[in-house]
Each structure stands twice: as C-alpha cells, then as structure tokens.
Design a protein around this ligand. Structure first.
Ligand SMILES: Cc1ncc(COP(=O)(O)O)c(C=O)c1O
Length: 370
C-alpha cells in the first residue's frame, strides 16, 4: 500500500519543478504503438533509456512488447533485477569491468543480448563469456550513416562471419538505428531516407543468408520512423522510445496524419517573479529542463501564449506573447524539450489521473549511465 504524502493531491499543489505523467495518455501511447507494430507483423522492443523507469518498462512488456532496449550496462542491471528478462543493450560494451557486469546479467537471463561493431570487442566478449560459462547473444551493429557506432553496411557480413566462429557468442542478426533520421522535419524526406537505409539493410541481410549466417533479428527504428520502418520487410523489431511520453522535439516534426502521439509527460513549474513587462520568471531552469533541441512548449494554463527560455540553473523565462499574464504562484505546465535527459534529472515521476496524483514512480535507472 502506497503512503506517499503527495497521493491524492491536485498536481497543481505539488512542489515544483516536478514531472507529471498523465496515466491515461501514457497507456494510450503504449497501446497504440503496440497495436501498430504488432499489426505490421513485427515485435516492439521499446527503448527504456527514454524513461529509465521500471514501472513504465513493465507496462510496455505487459502490453505485449518483446522486452526492452537499454543503452548502458547500469540500465540493463536494473531491468534484469526488476524482472525484465529480455533486454538488448544497444551500445557496444567495451571496458573489461563492464563486460563482466554484462555477463553477470546474461547469467541471470539467457535472453540478454549485446551489439558489437568490431572484431576486437567481439573477441573480448567471447573470451569473457566462455570463461563465465555463458553464450552471449549478439547483433552486428550497423552504422546507417550517423557515424556514432556500428560498421558500414558493406563490412557487416565480414564481421558477422568472424563473430559466428567465436565460441562464447551466438550471432542473432543485426541492429541498425538511424538516429540522424528520426527528427528530419519533412515526413516525405524522412520516409525517403529511411527507405534508402532499409534497402541497404536488405542487401546486408541477403549477404547473411547467402553465407548461412543467422539473420533472425533486425532491430531498429525510433519514434520518428516507426510507422515508415514497419512497412519495410527488413526490420523484425522496432526500438522506439520517446513515443511513450513525447517531447517538444518530436511535436515539432511533421507526422503522417493520425500517427502522432500525445504528450503524456509534462513539467510543472511555478512563477516566482513577475516584475518585468515582457516576461515572468519560473522555477525551472537548466537543472530541471535539459537544454537540447526545440524549446519546451507551454501546454497549460490554456490561453497562455508564452515561450520558454532557459534563464540559468534554477530559472526559466516565460516570454509573454499574448494578453494573459501569470502571477507569482501560478503553475505552468510545459512539454519538455528532450524527454530522455530531462527525466534523468528527476528521482520520481508523479502519476496523475484527472489532475490528481494517483501514484509516484521512481526513476530507478536514473544516473545508471555506467
Ligand atoms: C539505439 C537506439 N534505439 C532506439 C532509440 C529510440 O529512439 P526514439 O526515442 O527516437 O524513439 C534510441 C534513442 O536515442 C537509440 O539510441
């Protein structure tokens, strides 16, 4: 039985700045993405790096997702400890200490998988796995042109052949996440670029099949490309993350009609000073709204025309564009700029229904970047 002191309160009586998730909207986002991906005959593997919260990860799995993606070993540890047994670590795990922790997770769940983009890293993983008595499932990480991690398309099959010969590893297929395409503003341009990526991927998967290499998993796609990638045969699973809460960056791009998700997460901030004509000052600054991409959007109070600007560590500036002028003490609800790093600034998320706090979720993976 939860006895959090904030339970039952109106969200507008919470101490700010704080994060609030509207449970109905969140559940609707989870259900819609699951239905779309399942309807396309694919698996959904939502990225838990977005919310870093076990309660949300469990809801996604209960709704039918295959498991989750995580970006770090620290996140994988929390998920496995928290009972989520099908976990893909989407970034290469390289330092020996982290490899040991990864394998400790793999010992707890054989459904844990990692990605590799070099023979040296693969053989380090293989040696450590053999010594630990486990066979680690791996995907070849393919770089779709972002340049962050992954091998170029034309080197994927050669790396897969090497991995296939390694005793401690079990080759399962590929990962190809086009992070640079997710926020391409024009839907048509995004679709064209995603198509090119999918065609290159098809060639790689053909090369795998010709060489007798396992290509049963092809994992990729994000919130901005999920609908497009669901239409390509190459992908077997979709890794979308942000859709569950949404943010201002994703609200700013073009969507195919009817495919946009509603923001379920907002940041509440209070007006603390209103002595200037053109703006008021609120209590959410860099320490609570991560500074990246599109500026946060003012969602409520309705009719307040204002633009948020970062105004130092603890403060934000609401530039007033209309006649409505909030007073000190008034609470303003913002859609945050970029959801993942903003959630990582908070220990807990207040869960609301009809404007009242019904639950408080811990952000268990907060700070688990190592
Ligand atoms: C490898 C990988 N897959 C999936 C995602 C989820 O993308 P999105 O939050 O745009 O849905 C990310 C996000 O950065 C990622 O790095």
């Amino acid at each position: 039985m939860l006895t959090h002191p904030e339970l039952g309160k109106s969200i507008y009586d919470l101490a700010t700045p704080c994060l609030v998730v509207d449970e109905d909207v969140l559940r609707e986002n989870i259900a819609r993405m699951q239905a779309r991906v399942s309807g396309a005959g694919k698996e959904l593997r939502p990225h838990a790096k977005t919310h870093r919260c076990l309660s949300i990860a469990r809801m996604q799995v209960e709704a039918g997702s295959r498991g989750v993606c995580v970006a770090t070993v620290g996140e994988a540890e929390v998920c496995v400890e928290g009972g989520i047994d099908d976990v893909l670590v989407t970034s290469p795990v390289v330092p020996p200490g982290k490899i040991d922790r990864l394998l400790a997770c793999a010992k707890k769940t054989p459904r844990l998988a990692a990605v590799v983009d070099s023979a040296a890293n693969a053989s380090a993983l293989s040696r450590a796995a053999a010594a630990a008595g486990v066979r680690l499932s791996v995907l070849i990480d393919i770089d779709p042109g972002l340049g962050r991690t992954g091998v170029p398309f034309d080197r994927a099959a050669a790396l897969a052949e090497e991995v296939d010969r390694m005793k401690g590893l079990s080759l399962r297929g590929v990962q190809c996440y086009a992070g640079h395409l997710q926020h391409v503003h024009s839907y048509e341009e995004r679709r064209r670029a995603c198509r090119e990526t999918a065609e290159r991927l098809e060639e790689v998967l053909d090369a795998f099949r010709r060489a007798g290499l396992c290509a049963e998993v092809c994992s990729g796609g994000g919130t901005g490309s999920h609908w497009i990638d669901c239409g390509f045969p190459a992908f077997t699973e979709i890794q979308a993350g942000s859709y569950v809460v949404m943010d201002a960056e994703y609200l700013a791009v073009e969507w195919k009609e009817g495919t946009r998700f509603a923001p379920s997460l907002t940041l509440l901030t209070t007006v603390v000073s209103a002595n200037r004509g053109g703006w008021v000052t609120v209590d959410a600054g860099l320490k609570s709204v991560y500074h990246h991409g599109a500026p946060p959007r003012v969602l409520r109070p309705c009719g307040l025309e204002a633009e948020y600007e970062w105004f130092g560590d603890e403060h934000g500036k609401l530039l007033l564009r209309g006649r409505k002028r909030p007073a000190p003490g008034d609470v303003v609800e913002l859609v945050v700029s970029h959801c993942d790093p903003t959630i990582n600034l908070f220990d807990e998320i207040f869960v609301a229904r009809d404007g009242r706090v019904v639950d408080v979720w811990r952000v268990e993976m907060r700070g688990r970047s190592r």
